[in-house]
Write a protein that binds this ligand. Structure first.
Ligand code: SAM
Ligand code: SF4
Length: 412
């Protein structure tokens, strides 16, 4: 979501005549776009802000803005701690910044920037969250769920495809509850059906799905619509019923297993990723083992693991005691990472000898790279820049994180 926001903001600023600065010291405008889902992310923002005090002092005309989830409804405390910040923008807000930026740009300095669009773009289709999982700060900072209209989303995607975008990822904290607040209550499956007809668009992805909201209708759409990729992001968070209940997730380990079975039956060769939190208040060794067992049984393609971090104002931080020492949380985190590395290594190794369809994203060092429909990163050599094209790659080598192969002569 932060990527989508930053991308849109830079497009809007370019339209006003701004372009990317060579170095932070040369910038006339700096926007620090923040995430505070864990304390470690917040700490990075605080360091960054402190490091900008002297720059702002030497260049007082420069605009320094702070955006995203660190900005709560009441900014009195932030203003007191960071008086060198000119503007505070709540998640998704940019009007005030664009107004100020527009008033500062000199007409003589104006030059049209020719933007090269990446073939892949992120688009937020539903803001906020109504779920209030006990550990999560998102609903407090991003507010309640608010869907964008089908027409508005389609128009944005049509504009992007005219500029060369080939793949879009539809974003929401609970992407599968899209549309319940719109007239006629269209759902995500309806939106996918509509977007599947957009000319020039090759691939559609969506994330993140909440296990309690996933429908058969959605799974059938993924299976039947040719542009919708076989990739599902379904955070489980924990493999123990008591912990899931304390987290307020609204499903059990058993119902999660059943859902995975239905997904795999409905969408052949689907890739499934998940999120896990280790060290939730009161998580015993046995409960943690429940999470390891679930990961070993289900064998996800990707697992994003985080150590529990108490967030201000959340139920978990207020009611439960965060007793587990940091080294123990780290050990659990490492155990999940090691297990998942082995699983991903095995899953990817099975692809050696197969051919995969890759949308070329660009170049990293000497090699071209892109992703398969299932979201796997693929590297290959080529003399031609095929960014934005679909190619077929014969997989020769794999690791836990990526595939490497040779470009097949004929393109799709
Ligand atoms: N809406 C999605 C869901 O229901 O799982 C995820 C959104 S959340 C912003 C992204 C991930 O951050 C979560 O899946 C969770 O694993 C992690 N997360 C959120 N709050 C956390 C906390 N207090 N401590 C550690 N990890 C946290
Ligand atoms: Fe946070 Fe996701 Fe739960 Fe919403 S559903 S409260 S965003 S973890």
């Amino acid at each position: 979501m932060n990527k989508a926001y930053a991308e849109q903001l830079s497009i809007d600023l370019e339209q006003q005549g701004y372009s990317t600065a060579g170095a932070i010291e040369e910038a006339d405008l700096i926007v620090i776009n923040t995430c505070v889902v864990r304390q470690s992310a917040e700490n990075r923002v605080l360091h960054k802000l402190e490091s900008l005090v002297s720059l702002k002092r030497s260049r007082p005309d420069m605009i320094l803005a702070l955006s995203g989830c660190i900005v709560d409804t009441d900014v009195t405390d932030l203003k007191r701690r960071f008086p060198h910040v000119d503007l505070f923008l709540k998640p998704g807000e940019s009007a005030e910044l664009l107004k100020l930026a527009g008033s500062r740009i000199s007409v003589e300095g104006y030059r049209v920037v020719c933007r090269r669009y990446s073939p892949t773009a992120f688009i937020t289709i539903i803001e906020g969250c109504d779920n209030f999982c006990s550990y999560c700060i998102v609903p407090y900072r991003r507010g309640r769920e608010k869907s964008r209209s089908l027409q508005e989303i389609e128009a944005q995607i049509e504009t992007l495809t005219e500029k060369g975008v080939k793949e879009i990822t539809l974003l929401g904290q609970n992407v599968d509850s899209y549309g319940h607040d719109l007239p006629g209550s269209p759902d995500l499956a309806d939106l996918l059906q509509e977007l599947n007809t957009v000319e020039g668009l090759m691939r559609i992805r969506f994330l993140t799905s909440h296990p309690k909201d996933m429908t058969l209708k959605l799974l059938r759409s993924v299976a039947s619509l040719d542009k919708v990729c076989e990739s599902i992001s379904l955070p489980v968070q924990a493999g123990d019923d008591r912990i899931l209940q304390l987290m307020g997730r609204g499903y059990t380990v058993r119902s999660y297993y059943e859902l995975i079975g239905i997904i795999r039956d409905s969408i052949p060769d689907v890739a499934i990723s998940t999120d896990v939190i280790v060290g939730f208040p009161g998580e015993s060794e046995q409960q943690f083992k429940g999470t390891l067992n679930l990961l070993a049984d289900i064998r996800f393609d990707t697992v994003h693991v985080a150590a529990y971090s108490p967030r201000p104002g959340t139920q978990a931080a207020t009611v439960f005691e965060d007793k587990l020492p940091l080294h123990e949380k780290r050990r659990r985190l490492q155990e999940v990472e090691e297990l998942q590395k082995d699983i991903a290594t095995e899953i990817n190794a099975r692809l050696v000898g197969s051919s995969v369809e890759v949308l070329v994203d660009g170049r990293k060092g000497e090699r071209w790279y892109g992703r398969t429909r299932t979201g796997k990163l693929v590297f290959f050599d080529d003399n031609i820049d095929r960014t934005g094209q679909l190619v077929v790659v014969d997989v020769r080598k794999t690791s836990a994180w990526s595939l490497q192969g040779e470009l097949k002569p004929e393109r799709i």
